[in-house]
Write a protein that binds this ligand. Structure first.
Ligand SMILES: O=C(O)CCC(=O)C(=O)O
Ligand SMILES: [Fe+2]
Length: 348
């Protein structure tokens, strides 16, 4: 912490051009990007990426089959022809990047989040509250509270770019529509009524996090974002053209190829609970590189804090959980891969 109580921004560290990262950012050997995990042949995995699914096709039977397979195998897939204008995806990336790259630190700090309260809105660097992070992520972010509309206050979003607030609001609305459609298809792919998962979640609580990963002098020792699965129901993610997102599949970390017109869908923990583990949430992380900054925009769709979530199938393999309790324990213990959802498994 600096004297003002502000955590140090990763971008400010990167700008010092030191050739070593501060010790708090050094991962233990077992979580470093190149840590050997299994005996698979490396090249096998390099060819793989979560499937890309065309949402415009006429054949809804085929669409549901493809989605079902992707959810079962990966807990993740990309969608194309999703109905969101490519220009809006580009604008969202552009305004997000301009905040980090065109504003000076003083301008950015005017929008600082509260470092003592998890997931507070604004500009931040730490996912967990101070003292709780064992190793720090090589990432700065801006978190926007976007839905329901009662949580949306564009005055809390940067005003330096003339259309920033309009772009985020429009992007939020379009992501909600897409998330609803996808949850419908995902429900149907399991033989459930189309509204099943959405009704189990209730009204969406949506947050949009723009993550900015400055170039890192020691990418082999650091992570942009530690291994985790998202807590809510479904995450829709876009990235710029710099690789860095990895998903964990069959004991391997697999890099997700960036697609300019694609939107990556990540199943999150509440969907795993509702589907009773038929579909598992996607474990993922971000790695860094020494040359180029990287940007991603993740749109999270979560239940309200007071919502009770439980499996839609018998016998349940997860305990019912009040979503707010799930979030608190996630922030208290840290993600460490999927340990939080594993803790809900019923031991028969
Ligand atoms: O930067 C990325 O691609 C991943 C971001 C992410 O996983 C998150 O914000 O939860
Ligand atoms: Fe995530």
């Amino acid at each position: 912490m600096s004297p003002a109580g502000e955590p140090v921004r990763v971008q400010a560290i990167a700008q010092t051009r030191n050739s070593v990262v501060p010790p708090q950012y050094v991962q233990p050997p077992e979580t470093r990007p190149a840590a050997k995990l299994t005996h698979h042949h490396k090249n096998e995995a390099a060819e793989l990426s979560p499937p890309s699914i065309n949402l415009a096709g006429e054949d809804t039977g085929r669409l549901k089959d493809e989605i079902g397979l992707a959810c079962r195998d990966w807990g993740a897939f990309s969608v194309v022809n999703h109905g969101v204008p490519m220009e809006l995806l580009d604008q969202m990336r552009r305004v997000g990047k301009s905040f980090f790259e065109e504003c000076d630190m003083e301008q950015k700090l005017k929008y600082s989040c509260d470092p003592n309260s998890p997931a507070s809105e604004g500009y931040g660097s730490r996912m967990l509250v101070a003292d709780n992070d064992s190793v720090l992520d090589w990432r700065d972010y801006f978190d926007h509270h976007t839905l329901p509309l009662s949580r949306r206050n564009p005055a809390k979003w940067p005003h330096y770019q003339p259309n920033y607030r309009e772009v985020v609001a429009e992007y939020s609305d379009q992501m909600k529509v897409l998330a609803q459609r996808l949850l419908g298809l995902i429900s149907e792919s399991l033989g459930l009524p189309s509204s099943c998962i959405e009704e189990a979640i209730g009204e969406f609580c949506q947050n949009i996090t723009v993550s900015y990963y400055p170039p890192c002098p020691q990418p082999d020792l650091t992570l942009g974002l530690q291994s985790h699965s998202d807590m809510g129901a479904i995450t829709l993610l876009i990235q710029d053209n710099v690789e860095g997102l990895q998903v964990f599949k069959d004991g391997e970390w697999i890099t997700v190829r960036p697609l300019r017109d694609g939107i990556l869908v990540l199943l999150a923990d509440q969907t795993e609970i509702i589907t009773n583990g038929k579909y598992r949430s996607c474990q993922h992380r971000a790695i860094t590189n020494a040359e180029r900054a990287r940007l991603s925009v993740a749109t999270f769709h979560d239940p309200a804090k007071t919502r009770k979530v439980f499996p839609a199938f018998e016998p349940p393999i997860y305990h019912e959980v009040m979503y707010g309790d799930y979030v608190s324990s996630w922030y208290t213990k840290g993600p460490e891969g999927k340990r939080n959802i594993d803790a809900l498994l019923i031991k028969y």
